[in-house]
Design a protein around this ligand. Sequence first.
Ligand SMILES: [Zn+2]
Length: 121
Amino acid sequence: MTMKMKIDNNNIFIRNYQIKIREVEDPASHDASGQYTPEDNVLGIFAAHELTIYIKKGLPEALLKDTLLHEILHAIWFISGCTSVDGSSYSEELVISIITSDIIEFIKNNNELLEYYIDRY
Ligand SMILES: [Zn+2]
C-alpha cells in the first residue's frame, strides 16, 4: 500500500505545540542561526522561533520521509528541553541522525505494533 501524504501546509502536534510544515525552495533561508548557505543544500530545517518545519520542495518520497522525521525529532528535542551538554548542536545532530534511520526501519518492520499504538490512543 502506498499512501501519498500532503506535506505542505500541514500541521502536527507535539505535546500542546502546533508545528507547521511548509515546503519551500530553500529551507536554509528560514534558519535563524544563519549557519547555512544555499550551497549546503539543506533538505529541512526546524525553525524553533516559528515552530515551523521547512522541507525542500520536490524531494523523492523516501528522502522526504527521512527528512520530515528528522526535523520532527529536532522539534521534539527542542520542545522537550533537551540541550547538548557542550552547548554545541553536534550531539543533537548525531543522536537525531542515528535515531531517524532506526525509527524509519522500525516503522517499516513493525506495522502491527504501530497499528496497536494507533488503536490504543
Ligand atoms: Zn538535523
